[in-house]
Design a protein. Structure first.
Length: 257
C-alpha cells in the first residue's frame, strides 16, 4: 500500500496500476478504490490508473473532522504530488464527480481532460432525488436499505446475472462517523458559481434511468461547463460504468485519448 500525506497530515492511500498516461479514477460517496474493481483495466491499454481511498475509507486515515468535496480534491492533489504527476485525465463518478469539479477549478493546470459521471453541480440549482428514493435509503433495516441501493445502482436483469459482491454500495469497514462525514460533504457540495471556470475538455456521462442522481443534473452540468459534451446511456442506472462498461469504457477512453 502507498500513501500520500495531505496538507493536514492525513495519510491518503492510493493505488497505481498499469502504465501510460495517468488517469485518476474517483469513486462515489463512502466508497474506496474497490468501486472501480473490474472496470479500471479497461483503460490500461493506454493509461496508468490512479485510485484513492478517500479519507475515512479503506486504508486511509479516518480523522473525525469536517469533510468537504473541496478538501477531498486537495487530497487528490496530494496524491498527484506524491507520484510526481504534473497533469492527468480525471474521471469522477457520483461524489467523485463533485470532487473532480473542484480539482478542475482549483488545479486547472493539473487536469488534462475531465469526465463527470452520474454527478451534479450541487447546491440549490441541482435537481434532488425523489422523496420516495430518500425514504427507501433512510428507512428500514440495513438489509432492506442495501437492497434499495442496489436497485438504484443496477437493473434487475443485471443483478440477477451478477450476484456480487458489489463494491459500489459502500465500504463495509467504514466507521459510522466517517460515513456521516461523507454524507455531509456530498450534500453540501455546490460548485455552480465556479463551473464556468473549468477550461479543460469535459465529458458529462449519465444513465437515463438514474434515480439516485436524476439525469436532469447531467443537462445542467453540460450547459454550465463551457464546451462540455453530453452523453446519455439509455436504460442505465447509477452504476452505468459497471453494468454498461462495454459502452461507457470505450466512450470515456475515446474522449480522453
Amino acid at each position: 500500500m502507498s500513501y500520500a500525506k495531505a496538507a493536514d497530515g492525513t495519510r491518503v492511500a492510493y493505488q497505481l496500476r498499469g502504465t501510460g498516461s495517468p488517469l485518476v479514477l474517483l469513486a462515489g460517496q463512502a466508497n474506496d478504490h474497490r468501486w472501480w474493481d473490474g472496470v479500471r483495466e479497461d483503460f490500461h491499454a493506454s493509461h496508468a490508473t490512479i485510485t484513492i481511498d478517500y479519507r475515512g475509507t479503506g486504508d486511509s486515515d479516518k480523522p473525525d473532522v469536517p469533510y468537504s468535496t473541496r478538501l477531498l480534491a486537495d487530497d487528490v492533489r496530494a496524491v498527484l504530488d506524491e507520484l510526481g504527476v504534473e497533469r492527468a485525465d480525471v474521471y469522477g463518478t457520483s461524489m467523485g464527480g463533485r470532487v473532480a469539479q473542484w480539482l478542475a477549478v482549483d488545479q486547472p493546470h493539473r487536469v488534462r481532460s475531465l469526465v463527470l459521471g452520474c454527478t451534479s453541480p450541487g447546491g440549490p440549482h441541482a435537481v434532488e432525488r425523489d422523496e420516495r428514493v430518500r425514504k427507501a435509503l433512510a428507512g428500514g433495516d440495513p438489509v432492506t436499505r442495501r437492497a434499495a441501493l442496489l436497485d438504484l445502482m443496477y437493473t434487475p436483469a443485471w443483478l440477477a446475472a451478477h450476484p456480487g459482491p458489489h463494491h459500489t454500495v459502500g465500504d463495509p469497514a467504514m466507521p459510522a462517523f466517517a460515513r456521516a462525514r461523507h454524507l455531509v460533504a456530498s450534500n453540501r457540495h455546490d460548485a455552480w458559481d465556479v463551473l464556468p471556470r473549468i477550461s479543460c475538455p469535459t465529458l458529462v456521462v449519465h444513465g437515463t434511468d438514474d434515480l439516485l442522481n436524476p439525469v436532469a443534473n447531467a443537462h445542467l452540468l453540460a450547459r454550465r461547463v463551457p464546451g462540455a459534451r453530453l452523453e446519455l446511456l439509455a436504460g442505465a442506472r447509477h452504476a452505468y460504468f459497471e453494468e454498461f462498461r462495454a459502452i461507457a469504457g470505450p466512450l470515456v477512453s475515446d474522449f480522453i485519448d
